[in-house]
Design a protein around this ligand. Structure first.
Ligand code: XUL
Ligand code: CO
Length: 444
């Protein structure tokens, strides 16, 4: 049975196309600089929002047409429902022309009555996925463990005050990391949704951070023990569902990794909407990660400036994403990472092809942003002006300062002796913004 039988494979038709089921900017095999668009962007579709979620929100039941979802009536045996969902997912990803997908363990398989039974269901679905992957050529960008939805994790997974919950989450990661490895997954993500606290009245932060570090160290050990050579990624988020989350932003994650000696073992998976929730621009988070040498992957999405929670909208702003792509390209682009659409439809978007239209829009936004960012770098004016701004540091005086050959007292005495009054120079921000706007306008 075909779930998306009404939709043909999506093709590139060019910027003038008016067909909502065609790409206007994403032309997979087009070469941009040293790579094709598909090699640059490495798109992935997420399983949870696109296939596991039925449109339910905290005020109402599901709206989306997801016949495999347990809320949509009895009759389907859980594994049959999971297979139906997976058939639809692979049909969708193939028709969209995307090469990767990502899942949480609980997205692809039903829960069993015991952990052992859950593992058996999961293994059956992993085998089913392996067949689909070899039939379609679709690969796994990353796998991850959901250790935040079940009530046992209400007070955290690794940071739980009860070691039994730590042990449960550890067992879950051991299994899911192994299966991610078996499926040739290129990364493994850890998002600490409930690794944080609601109140310090019942929370020992020092203990919880030590617990989380122990857990992460065990993940590293397991990765090496099973020979997984993909990248381990931590996904920062400041809040939601927990009031205060430890992996607040890239800088907080890096400080945590350094404190516990893990900075060589993990990189970050930066989500756009998490960046903005933490009060940062997306490109700030990318640049912070690149500078620290921990840039890994992106959850491409968008928030809404007037709503203060995680909306996981499809990216639509070329202005915002061009600045992000610029920092990604400056950092050398993706290695094992990619642009994973951690994105969901609005719950009123209930036509089957809405899922295509939404992804096409996200992919076109990222493709156009790639073209604009590439054009900015090719042109070189922005980088030339940025370098010029620091040119004083390339002089012998600048070198002496940086090498520690001057003391505060020397600088004080020298300034008095010379009587020199330094003059500020314009930062030229508006002019630089005009340069960026021109590249966005003209990139073709
Ligand atoms: C939640 C979120 C997660 C992670 C994977 O905000 O982004 O879906 O990407 O657990
Ligand atoms: Co995410």
């Amino acid at each position: 049975m075909s779930f998306f039988e009404g939709t043909a494979p999506i093709a590139y038709e060019g910027p003038e196309s008016t067909n909502p089921l065609a790409f206007r900017w994403y032309d997979a095999d087009r070469v941009v600089g040293s790579r094709t668009m598909s090699e640059h962007l490495r798109f992935a579709v997420c399983y949870w929002h696109s296939f596991a979620w039925d449109g339910a929100d905290i005020f109402g039941a599901g709206t989306l047409d997801r016949p495999w979802h347990p809320a949509n009536g009895p009759g389907l045996e859980p594994i049959a429902a999971a297979k139906m969902k997976m058939d639809a997912a692979f049909e969708f990803i193939s028709k969209l022309g995307v090469k990767y997908f990502s899942f949480h363990d609980i997205d692809i398989a039903p829960a069993g009555a015991t952990f052992a039974e859950t593992c058996r269901y999961f293994d059956e679905m992993v085998e089913y996925a392996a067949d689909k992957m070899s039939a379609t050529g679709i690969k796994l960008l990353w796998g991850t463990t959901n250790a935040f939805s079940h009530r046992r994790f209400m007070s955290g997974a690794s940071t739980n005050p009860d070691p039994d919950m730590f042990k449960y989450a550890a067992a879950q990661v051991a299994h899911c990391l192994q299966r991610t490895h078996d499926l040739g997954g290129e990364n493994y993500v850890l998002w600490g949704g409930r690794e944080g606290y609601e109140t310090l009245l019942n929370t020992d932060m020092r203990r919880e951070l030590d617990q989380m570090a122990r857990f992460m160290t065990m993940v590293v050990e397991h990765k090496h023990a099973i020979g997984f050579d993909g990248t381990l990624l931590i996904e920062p988020k400041p809040m939601e569902p927990t009031k205060h989350q430890y992996d607040y932003d890239v800088a907080a994650v890096y400080a945590f990794l350094q404190r516990y000696g893990l900075e060589q073992e993990f990189k970050v998976n930066i989500e756009v909407n998490h960046a903005t929730l933490s009060g940062h621009d997306f490109h700030h988070e990318v640049a912070t990660a690149v500078n620290a040498g921990i840039f890994g992957s992106i959850d491409a999405n968008a928030g809404d400036p007037r709503l203060g929670w995680d909306l996981d909208l499809f990216p639509r702003s070329v202005e915002e994403m061009t600045l992000g792509m610029l920092e990604i390209l400056r950092g050398g682009g993706f290695t094992t990472g990619g642009l994973m659409f951690d994105t969901k439809l609005r719950r009123q978007s209930i036509s089957r092809d809405d899922l295509f239209v939404a992804h096409i829009g996200g992919m076109d936004t990222m493709a156009k942003s790639l073209l604009a960012a590439h054009s900015i770098l090719e042109d070189g004016e922005l980088d030339r002006r940025r370098n010029e701004r620091y040119s004083g540091w390339n002089t012998p005086v600048g070198a002496d300062l940086l090498a520690g050959r001057m003391t505060l007292q020397q600088l004080h005495d020298e300034l008095i002796a010379s009587g020199h009054e330094p003059q500020p120079v314009s930062g030229r921000q508006e002019l630089l913004e005009r340069i960026v706007a021109r590249h966005i306008d003209t990139a073709r």
